[in-house]
Design a protein around this ligand. Structure first.
Ligand code: HEC
Length: 193
């Protein structure tokens, strides 16, 4: 008797467990469809967090304590790389991983032409985010037999240091930036099926 009851209870428990497992599998299946817009938002959030922490807790602190300064020719000077250079380097590092993920910092009025728009999509996108900085410009582009989701996020002059450095840089193609202006865009792209 006891054995039978125990068997029934065990059977019930097992079926509850199995239903639980199958529900979880179904949920995991649903997660496959995370929209690329959201993936790009996540990546952008991490990039911006790293950039702002590097600027405030590394560059500014070491500068205030007179330990080190950030300079464009940091390698030659033994200085710290600029936040923009950190981002560009991270982009190269990520590209080297072969995931198809690409990250670039670009502008319609860049210091270096390599940071200008690479194609019509990027030009139109940079113009769009300059007008409407809250909304990233997104789209699907095809390269060979691969499809990429591409998102452009506005990059704003959040402090006067952005404005002063860019306006005074001898190679800058735009030298009348003001605080809060859109100075360019962070472009994130990755392959999609
Ligand atoms: C000390 C100078 C300096 C400061 C401060 C600075 N930048 Fe830059 N920025 C540069 C340099 C130099 C580059 C080019 C880096 C490269 O590609 O080698 C650059 C690149 C960029 C680019 C890519 C387009 C271009 O001009 O080549 C954007 C967009 C940009 N910076 C935005 C900003 C924003 C926003 C801030 C403030 C949060 C900022 N920068 C602060 C010097 C500076």
């Amino acid at each position: 008797m006891i054995e039978k009851a125990a068997g029934r209870i065990l059977g019930k428990l097992l079926s509850i467990l199995l239903v639980g497992v199958s529900l979880n599998i179904a949920r995991a299946g649903e997660l496959e469809g995370i929209p690329p817009e959201l993936v790009a938002e996540y990546i952008h959030a991490v990039i911006q967090a790293d950039r702002s922490i590097y600027s405030t807790h590394v560059v500014e602190q070491l500068q205030d304590r007179k330990v080190a300064v950030a300079a464009e020719d940091w390698k030659a000077k033994g200085a710290l790389p600029l936040p923009a250079q950190m981002l560009q380097m991270a982009g190269q590092e990520v590209q080297g991983l072969g995931l198809g993920l690409r990250i670039r910092l670009t502008s319609l009025g860049p210091i270096y032409t390599k940071n200008g728009p690479a194609d019509q999509f990027e030009r139109v996108g940079l113009e769009a985010v300059a007008k409407n900085p809250r909304k990233p410009y997104t789209g699907i582009i095809t390269e060979g037999d691969r499809r990429y989701f591409k998102a452009i996020f506005a990059d704003r002059a959040v402090s006067m240091t952005c404005v002063m450095c860019h306006n005074s840089h001898p190679l800058s193609t735009k030298q009348d930036y003001k605080l809060h202006d859109v100075m360019g865009g962070v472009i994130i792209s990755f392959p999609v099926r």
